[in-house]
Design a protein. Structure first.
Length: 484
C-alpha cells in the first residue's frame, strides 16, 4: 500500500514524502536484507516507483532508480552526496583510498591514477591484454580435449588479475594469488555490514571472526607492501601506477604519499578492478553459452572482420555486435549492483523531501531491470544496444503500444556517473571485448546440465555457485590457432 505523507520543510515549504512500504522497520534487521536483496530492490521499484522511502533497521533510506533522480544524485547535485555509513565496511579492506574518500582527499588520489586509464594509453597496450587472454585459452586446451564440465568463474578472476597486474602494478599479481585469493574471498563477504553481532562487536573483542579479519587484512597489506618495496628497490616497472604513487605529492599534506596511503590506493585498484571485471567476464560468457543465436551471430561478425586473427583495440570499433553483447551483459548482470551515498544537507529528489544525514541507495540492478524503461527486462537481447536501435526508446515504443521514449543517459549506468564514474571503465571494456572475442573465436562454451547459476549480491554480483560449462573447439582446425 502506498503511504503519501506531506511534511513541512525548515523554510515552511510543504513537500511530499516519497512513497514506500511504510512502517518503521522494513527488513527487521539488515541481515534479512542480505537474503534476497536483488528481488527486494526490484520489487520495491516495481511497486513504489523511481524514488522509494523506507526504513532499513535504524536508517532512513531512499532508493533511487528514476533516471532523472539518478542524474540528480550522481551528477547534478553530487556535492550533496558523500560515501557515508554503508562505506564503513569498505574501509576495513580498501583503507582510505580513491573509492572511500571524498573532497580533496579523493581528488589527489584520482589525479595520480588518471593518466593510466586514458583510452589512448590503454589502446596502445592492448597486446598486453590479448597476450594474457591467450595464456588462459592455452590453459583451456586440456578441458576442450576432455569435454569434462569446468567452472570458469575463478579463471575469469585469474585473467582479470593477470591483466590488472601487467597493465597497472608493474608485476604479475598472480604471483601472489595463493595469498590474495583467500583474503579477497573473506573480505567480499565481510565488507557488507549486515548488522550481525560478530560485525558489531568492538575490534578489540578477541573473537574468531576478528582474528580472521585481522589475518586477511594483514595479508592484503603485506602483499601491497612487498610490491611497493620491490618498486622502491628499482624492481617492478617504472611506468606502473606504483611508481607514480611513489613520486606523487599529496594535494592536502603537500608531502609525498605515505606507505599507508600508497597501500590503500593499491588495495583499491586491486579490489575494485579484478573482481568486477572477472564477474562481468563470467556473466558474459555464461550469457553467450546460453544463447546459441547470439554466439552464431557474434562468431560470424568476428570471422568477417578478423578472419581468425587476434583482435586489436582498433578492431573493436568495427565489431558493433561484440560491443552490444558486452553492454547487454552489463545491463542484465551489473557487477556493481548498488551504490550507496549519505546526504550532507536536506534535498529534494523527484519532488520528494530527503533529509540531511539519511542514506540514498542507487541500485543499478533494479534500474537495469525496470519494466517501465526496458522492454522484457529479464531477456538477454544484445540487439537493444545495436546501432540500428541507437536513439530509440528502451521500452519498445509503438511495438508495445506504449508512448516511445528516448533513451536516457541514466537508463543504463553500469559504471556509475558524474565525477565518481568508474575510473577503470575503458580498461574493463577493452578487456571484456577482447577476451570475449578471443574466447568465441577459439572455443564453443555450452552450459553444463544441472548447474543452475544465480546472481548473488556480494560486493559485486557473483554468479553462484559458478559458471560451469563444457568447452569444445570452435570451427575448423585452422581457426583454433590464430596466425602469428
Ligand atoms: C566491469 C568492470 C567494472 C565495473 C562494472 C565497475 C563499476 C564501477 C562503479 C559503478 C563505480 C562507481 C561506484 C560509485 O559511484 O559509488 C566504480 C568506481 C570505481 N572503479 Fe570500477 N568497475 C569496473 C572495473 C574497474 C577497474 C578495471 C578498475 C581499476 C583497475 C576500477 C576501479 C574503480 C575505482 C578506483 C573506483 C572509484 C572511483 C572514484 O570514486 O573516483 N573499476 N566502478
Amino acid at each position: 500500500m502506498r503511504h503519501r505523507t506531506t511534511i513541512t520543510d525548515p523554510v515552511g515549504k510543504r513537500q511530499e514524502q516519497a512513497p514506500g512500504p511504510g512502517g518503521s522497520v522494513l527488513f527487521g534487521a539488515l541481515s534479512s536484507f542480505k537474503k534476497d536483496t536483488l528481488r527486494l530492490l526490484t520489487e520495491l521499484q516495481r511497486q513504489y516507483g523511481g524514488v522509494v522511502r523506507m526504513k532499513m533497521g535504524p536508517y532512513l533510506v531512499h532508493q533511487v532508480t528514476d533516471p532523472e533522480a539518478v542524474r540528480h544524485v550522481l551528477q547534478d547535485n553530487a556535492r550533496n552526496y558523500v560515501r557515508g555509513r554503508f562505506y564503513r565496511g569498505f574501509h576495513l579492506f580498501f583503507g582510505r583510498g580513491m573509492l572511500t574518500t571524498d573532497g580533496a582527499e579523493w581528488r589527489t588520489r584520482r589525479a595520480v591514477s588518471r593518466p593510466f586509464f586514458h583510452r589512448a594509453a590503454l589502446r596502445a597496450r592492448s597486446a598486453t591484454v590479448t597476450d594474457t587472454v591467450e595464456e588462459l585459452l592455452d590453459r583451456w586446451e586440456p578441458h576442450a580435449r576432455s569435454g569434462r564440465p569446468v567452472d570458469i568463474t575463478d579463471d575469469m578472476m585469474w585473467l582479470a588479475m593477470g591483466i590488472l597486474g601487467r597493465m597497472l602494478f608493474g608485476v604479475d599479481l598472480r604471483r601472489y594469488a595463493d595469498r590474495l585469493l583467500p583474503a579477497v574471498r573473506f573480505s567480499l563477504k565481510a565488507m557488507i555490514l549486515t548488522g550481525e553481532v560478530k560485525q558489531m562487536l568492538p575490534r578489540w573483542v578477541p573473537t574468531a571472526y576478528q582474528r580472521r579479519l585481522k589475518r586477511h587484512q594483514r595479508t592484503l597489506n603485506d602483499v601491497m607492501d612487498e610490491i611497493i618495496d620491490l618498486h622502491r628497490r628499482g624492481g617492478g616497472s617504472p611506468d606502473s601506477v606504483v611508481a607514480a604513487l611513489l613520486k606523487a605529492t599529496h594535494e592536502v599534506t603537500g608531502e609525498p604519499f605515505t606507505q599507508r596511503q600508497i597501500r590503500a590506493e593499491l588495495k583499491t585498484l586491486f579490489l575494485a578492478g579484478h573482481e568486477t571485471t572477472g564477474c562481468a567476464l563470467a556473466w558474459t560468457l555464461y550469457a553467450i553459452a546460453r544463447h546459441d543465436d547470439v554466439r552464431t551471430r557474434l562468431d560470424a561478425e568476428l570471422t568477417t572482420v578478423l578472419g581468425g586473427r587476434v583482435p586489436t583495440a582498433e578492431d573493436v570499433d568495427d565489431l558493433p555486435y561484440l560491443r552490444a553483447v558486452v553492454d547487454e551483459s552489463l545491463r542484465l548482470y551489473p557487477p556493481i549492483w548498488l551504490f550507496p551515498r549519505d546526504t550532507v544537507a536536506d534535498d529534494r529528489i523527484g519532488g520528494h523531501h530527503v533529509p540531511a544525514g539519511s542514506t540514498v541507495l542507487v541500485p543499478v540492478y533494479a534500474a537495469h531491470h525496470n519494466p517501465a524503461v526496458w522492454d522484457d527486462p529479464e531477456t538477454y537481447a544484445p540487439e537493444r544496444f545495436c546501432p540500428a536501435h541507437a536513439g530509440q526508446g528502451t521500452n519498445g515504443g509503438t511495438r508495445t503500444g506504449r508512448t516511445p521514449r528516448q533513451r536516457d543517459r541514466y537508463d543504463y549506468f553500469p559504471f556509475g556517473g558524474g565525477a565518481r564514474k568508474c575510473i577503470g571503465m575503458d580498461l574493463a571494456l577493452l578487456e571484456l571485448r577482447l577476451a570475449v572475442a578471443m574466447v568465441v573465436q577459439r572455443y564453443r562454451l555450452q552450459p553444463a546440465a544441472d548447474h543452475p547459476v544465480r546472481p548473488t549480491a556480494l560486493v559485486s554480483l557473483r554468479p553462484q555457485p559458478g559458471v560451469v560449462v563444457h568447452i569444445s573447439h570452435n570451427g575448423p582446425a585452422e581457426r583454433k590457432t590464430p596466425p602469428a
